[in-house]
Design a protein around this ligand. Structure first.
Ligand code: DX5
Ligand code: ZN
Length: 228
């Protein structure tokens, strides 16, 4: 699986989201869309109507990161709205497997998000239901926070588990990913990189994505690894 770059529009101008998508269209793989409900996290962003509008205004696949309570009820709506990927949080779901299956049945890929305090061990048994594991590298809720390097052992553990069990999930990191931190994420085993402030805070967002990709690709281990 090759490197996927997913700039987060959380750090873009919310009044000009179509322009934010266009600004990275040449160099990004996916557009990361942070959905927050002011319950699961102490912040409120956007919901399904905005995802539907974005879907019509960019050809970039939408990578929806749901930081919401009760994804069992709401997540499938984002697949129906045209998201390519729908990631929900393990901590918020009542039935992780059923929710994953509903998202896939609606035609999207599905990701499982883990907050920093959530252990990987508790979710090994359900990973076959997923296309991606999201290891949060900040406490979810806000952009521009400091990268948590102490999440790297979780990424290493997950990559090793996937390799040992011949599973092909992507491992996504989200939070504080920037030129100073992306290489250690890649070395640990991540292959999907979300970056908000490092992209939209840059003078040229498309160039920032390309530069981050180059750093990640150069840092990804080449031998005995599942990144092909
Ligand atoms: C935070 C969001 C992130 C956020 C990352 O809860 O999930 O996607 O946009 O922002 P940066 O890259 O600025 O840490
Ligand atoms: Zn996110």
């Amino acid at each position: 699986m090759s490197v996927q770059m997913a700039p987060s529009v959380l750090s873009a101008d919310f009044a000009r989201l179509a322009d934010a998508a266009a600004a990275v269209a040449e160099t990004a793989d996916w557009l990361h869309v942070d959905v927050m409900d002011n319950h699961f996290v102490p912040n409120l962003t956007i919901g399904r109507p905005v995802v539907e509008a974005l879907r019509k205004s960019t050809s970039l696949p939408l990578d929806c990161h749901l930081m919401i309570d009760d994804p069992d009820r709401w997540a499938v709506g984002y697949a129906e709205a045209g998201a390519a990927n729908v990631t929900f949080h393990a901590e918020a779901a009542h039935d992780v497997v059923q929710t994953a299956r509903a998202i896939r049945a609606a035609g999207a890929r599905v990701g499982l998000g883990l907050k920093p305090a959530t252990s990987f061990d508790d979710y090994q048994d359900v990973l076959r239901e997923f296309d991606m594991l999201l290891v949060m590298t900040v406490e979810p809720g806000f952009g521009g926070q400091e990268f948590m390097a102490d999440m790297m052992p979780k990424v290493v553990q997950a990559r090793r588990f996937l390799r040992d069990n011949e599973m092909q999930l992507w491992i996504q990191v989200d939070g504080g990913v920037a030129a100073e931190t992306i290489e250690e994420c890649a070395r640990a085993g991540a292959d999907v990189f979300v970056a908000g402030s490092a992209v939209y805070g840059a003078h040229d967002p498309a160039k920032a994505v390309a530069a981050l990709r180059a750093l990640a690709e150069a840092a990804i281990p080449t031998s005995g690894c599942a990144h092909d």
